[in-house]
Design a protein around this ligand. Structure first.
Ligand SMILES: [Zn+2]
Length: 480
C-alpha cells in the first residue's frame, strides 16, 4: 500500500512534511518527499498494491493508550475487548495496554494471563499488551512469583496505595518497596495509583461527621480525595523507590505539584484528558459522567498540568478508560456512583485539538504525549510510536479542516457516559491503520481499486470498523 501526498508528523521534525508512505508486510518500508515520486506511478520506489491519495490529510503515528480497563474476563457488563478496542480504533488508538486489576482473576500469575489472552486475543481489533499486578492481599513469596512469571509477558506491573476493589487490594509500604525492587530487577516499570490512604480516611471521617446522615453531594466526593493525598503518596513512593526511581511510574496524576515532584526524581508520570479538560466545578453540571477516581482537581491545575506536559515533565497522556452501565453510574449518590469513564475514543481527538492545534504542545511534544513516550516507557519503541521506516504501519489519517463533535450515540464502547459529550474538537479522524490494515475508516477511503490506481480519500461522516475480531496482536516488552 502507498499513502500519497500526506502531511506526515515525522520523528524529529518541527513541522509536517508532505510525503508518500510505502507500506508492506505491515511495516513502513519507505517515506519519501511527495514530489519525489511521479504523479501516477503509484510507487515510492516501486511499491505494488493499492495507492491512496491522501492530499489534504495529515498522518500521525497511531496513538498508544497505555491505561485501559477493558474488564475481560470478569466484569464484561462494564466493558469488553470487542467494544473497547473498537472504540480505541475509532479514536485513532492503535495500541492499548490493559490493566491487571479489573478482570477476574486479576493478572497476578502466568496462568491468569494465559487465560485472559485466550479469551481476549480472539476479539482484539487493535494491538494490545498487559500489565501484571501486585495484589496487596498476597504474600511476599507470591510477589516474587508474580514478577518472575509475568515479566516476560507484560510491559509493566501495577499496584495501588488505595483500592476500592475487593478482588485487588492496596499494598502496604513494605509491599510497595518490595514491588519496586522486583520491578527494577525485572527491568519493568511499576505503575502506582498514588493517593495516601490515611489522608483520604481522615477526610472521609470528617465529611461523614459534618453530613450527619444527610445525602452526600459532589462537593463531598471531591473533598473526600484531596490533592494533598496525591502529593503525599507520590513523595512516599519516590522515597520508597530510592535509587530505583527510574522504575516508578505514577498513573493518572491530576495534581501538578505531585507530577512535578515525581519528575524531579527521575520517576515518570502520566495524566489523563479529563484532568486537563475539567475541574471540580464541573461536577454540578456533569455529575456521574465526570466521576473518576481520583477526581478531577481544582481549576488552577488544568493549566499547570498542560505546562508540565509541554515541558515533558508529564511523559504522556492516557485515558484510564473505565466505563460502567447506567445502573452503576447513576446510583443517586455521588459517593457510590462508579468511578471511571470510557475515554479511549476521545483521548487522541482531544489531545490533537486542544494540545497540537491549540498550540499548547509543539509537534514533537504532541508526538511524545500521544504515542512516542508510552512506546519507550513500555518497551515497544523501535516498532511502535513513530512514523519511520521499519516501524509498524500504525497510522492515523486526520482531516484537519473537519470538526469532531463528541456524540455518545456513536461511541463503540459499552458505556456511552462521557463528560466530553457535545464537545467539538478541531480535526476529524479519517482512518486508523494497524500494521497497514485499515481498522476504522470509511469504505470510500479504502475502496479497493486495481493495483496502482489512485483512490480518492474523503473523510467519513460516520466511520466504521473494517477489521476482523482477533486481528489485534499481543505485544510483549521488546516487540519488534
Ligand atoms: Zn485506571
Amino acid at each position: 500500500m502507498l499513502i500519497r501526498n500526506v502531511l506526515a508528523a515525522l520523528p524529529g521534525e518541527k513541522d509536517f512534511r508532505k510525503v508518500d508512505i510505502a507500506v508492506s508486510g505491515g511495516k513502513i518500508r519507505e517515506i519519501v518527499e511527495a514530489e519525489a515520486s511521479a504523479p501516477d506511478s503509484g510507487s515510492a520506489g516501486g511499491a505494488a498494491g493499492e495507492a491512496l491519495d491522501a492530499s489534504g490529510l495529515m498522518a500521525f503515528p497511531g496513538a498508544i493508550d497505555p491505561h485501559v480497563h477493558f474488564d475481560e474476563p470478569g466484569f464484561t457488563h462494564r466493558e469488553d475487548f470487542a467494544h473497547g478496542t473498537a472504540e480505541a480504533a475509532r479514536g485513532g488508538v492503535t495500541t492499548v495496554v490493559d490493566m491487571p486489576c479489573t478482570s477476574l482473576p486479576p493478572i497476578t500469575d502466568a496462568a491468569a494471563l494465559e487465560n485472559k489472552l485466550s479469551i481476549v486475543g480472539k476479539k482484539a481489533l487493535v494491538d494490545f499488551a498487559f500489565f501484571g499486578g501486585f495484589d496487596g492481599a498476597i504474600s511476599t513469596e507470591e510477589f516474587e512469583r508474580t514478577a518472575r512469571e509475568l515479566a516476560p509477558k507484560v510491559v509493566g506491573f501495577k499496584c495501588y496505595t488505595i483500592s476500592g476493589m475487593d478482588s485487588f487490594r492496596a499494598v502496604s509500604q513494605d509491599q510497595l518497596a518490595l514491588a519496586i525492587r522486583l520491578c527494577a530487577e525485572a527491568g519493568r516499570p511499576l505503575l502506582l495509583h498514588a493517593e495516601d490512604p490515611g489522608i483520604i480516611a481522615k477526610a472521609q471521617t470528617r465529611l461523614a461527621a459534618v453530613r450527619c446522615g444527610k445525602a452526600s453531594s459532589w462537593k463531598d466526593y471531591y473533598a473526600s480525595r484531596p490533592m494533598e493525598a496525591e502529593i503525599k503518596a507520590c513523595s512516599t513512593a519516590v522515597a520508597a523507590a530510592g535509587g530505583n526511581a527510574a522504575f516508578l511510574h505514577i498513573v493518572h496524576a491530576g495534581t501538578a505539584e505531585a507530577a512535578a515532584l515525581v519528575a524531579a526524581t527521575g520517576a515518570t508520570c502520566e495524566t489523563c484528558a479529563h484532568y486537563l479538560a475539567f475541574d471540580e466545578e464541573d461536577f454540578e453540571r456533569l455529575g456521574p459522567a465526570l466521576k473518576t477516581a481520583p477526581p478531577v482537581k481544582e481549576p488552577s491545575q488544568k493549566a499547570l498540568l498542560w505546562r508540565l506536559l509541554a515541558e515533558g515533565k508529564i511523559s504522556f497522556l492516557t485515558s484510564d478508560h473505565a466505563g460502567a452501565p447506567d445502573s452503576e453510574k447513576f446510583t443517586g449518590d455521588p459517593l457510590t456512583a462508579y468511578g471511571g469513564i470510557p475515554g479511549t475514543g476521545t483521548l487522541f481527538p482531544y489531545l490533537l485539538s486542544e494540545g497540537l492545534f491549540a498550540k499548547r504542545l509543539n509537534l514533537p511534544r504532541f508526538l511524545e504525549a500521544s504515542s512516542g513516550g508510552a512506546a519507550r516507557r513500555y518497551g515497544l519503541d523501535g516498532a511502535k510510536g513513530a512514523l519511520a521506516p521499519g516501524y509498524d504501519a500504525d497510522i492515523v489519517l486526520v482531516d484537519p479542516e473537519a470538526v469532531t463533535t463528541i456524540d455518545p450515540a456513536r461511541m463503540f464502547s459499552k458505556s456511552h457516559i462521557t463528560p466530553f459529550a457535545g464537545m467539538r474538537f478541531a480535526g476529524r479522524i479519517a482512518g486508523t491503520f494497524v500494521r497497514g490494515s485499515c481498522v476504522f475508516g470509511s469504505t470510500r477511503l479504502l475502496r479497493k481499486e486495481a493495483p496502482g490506481r489512485i483512490t480518492e480519500a474523503k473523510p467519513p461522516e460516520d466511520g466504521k470498523i473494517l477489521a476482523e475480531p482477533g486481528s489485534g496482536r499481543f505485544l510483549t516488552w521488546g516487540y519488534r
